[in-house]
Design a protein around this ligand. Structure first.
Ligand SMILES: NC(=O)c1ccc[n+]([C@@H]2O[C@H](COP(=O)([O-])OP(=O)(O)OC[C@H]3O[C@@H](n4cnc5c(N)ncnc54)[C@H](O)[C@@H]3O)[C@@H](O)[C@H]2O)c1
Length: 253
């Protein structure tokens, strides 16, 4: 029970990685507040857990009020807030920079950058009350290298590393740790969408081409990401802050 007595807020909990994180956290003894703007998907994730361990709050991470509600719910229902996983995100349309629109750029920045920033702002007061906490932001391998045809996505995932590093420096003395995880290709809806965008005629060819670029010759699974997030959430990583963690099967080696 590596998270016994801990309370966590997880955004994007209806998605592939968020769901795996929620499952792992609950199995390690945490109580969880789950958020997503996919109301039906969130309801289905919530049904996996007992009411005493889980609370689902549907909403949009781009809204200040939703982020504040997540922090409030953790305190009101479970009496604390120790861990925040800012995981909700979107990939955007696969297209050249030359064809991408301002609307698409603003949508990605709002969900992938403003969302985690609002989340961090909302949870830190509760963590200060608790004399510490752990924040994990889901960046990407595209946050440390360029992603052709996904420039706004790559920019947004670089941006949250700036948020992570700044918050780690600002709140380190108060025992609030902040790190990013930077997954490579992970088997979720998001990769299906990117494969479809890369090769609409034959998405499986796009998947084969991307798999060949991974030294371990496979995509990661959501549970692989959940294992790393669990480590960063738990006290085992108590001297780790301000760092980004690649898990990409060796792609960046
Ligand atoms: N799958 C990958 O290969 C991969 C690689 C690197 C990073 N990531 C990142 O991991 C995170 C999780 O992605 P995933 O692969 O599980 O994809 P996913 O699409 O399965 O999950 C993303 C979740 O975020 C939710 N969401 C989107 N916009 C939202 C909003 N405005 N408010 C609230 N919720 C919102 C979606 O409804 C969805 O449930 C994302 O931040 C993604 O960028 C994924």
């Amino acid at each position: 029970m590596r998270l016994s007595g801990k309370v966590a807020v997880i955004t994007g909990a209806a998605g592939g990685i968020g769901r795996a994180v929620a499952q792992r956290f609950v199995s390690e003894g945490a109580k969880v507040v789950l958020s997503d703007n996919d109301f039906e998907g969130l309801r289905s994730v919530g049904e996996e857990f007992e009411e005493e361990t889980c609370c689902c709050i549907p909403g949009d991470v781009t809204q200040k009020q939703h982020n504040e509600q997540l922090a409030k719910e953790a305190i009101d229902k479970f009496g604390a807030l120790d861990i925040f996983v800012a995981n909700a995100g979107v990939e955007g349309r696969v297209s050249s920079i030359l064809d991408s629109s301002e609307e698409e750029f603003e949508r990605l920045m709002s969900i992938n950058v403003k969302g985690p920033w609002l989340g961090v702002k909302s949870v830190i007061p509760a963590m200060l009350e608790r004399n510490g906490g752990s924040i994990i932001i889901t960046s990407s391998i595209a946050g440390v290298m360029g992603a052709p045809s996904l420039a706004p996505y790559s920019m947004s995932k670089h941006a949250v590393i700036g948020l992570m590093k700044s918050a780690a420096k600002e709140f380190g003395s108060q025992n609030i740790r902040v790190n990013t995880v930077n997954p490579g290709f992970i088997n979720t809806r998001m990769m299906r969408s990117i494969e479809q965008g890369m090769n609409p005629e034959k998405p499986s060819d796009a998947k084969d081409a991307m798999t060949q670029r991974v030294p371990m010759q496979r995509y990661g699974e959501p549970s692989d990401v959940a294992s790393l997030i669990l480590f960063l959430a738990s006290d085992e990583s108590r001297f780790i802050t301000g760092a980004n963690y690649l898990l990409d099967g060796g792609s960046r080696a």
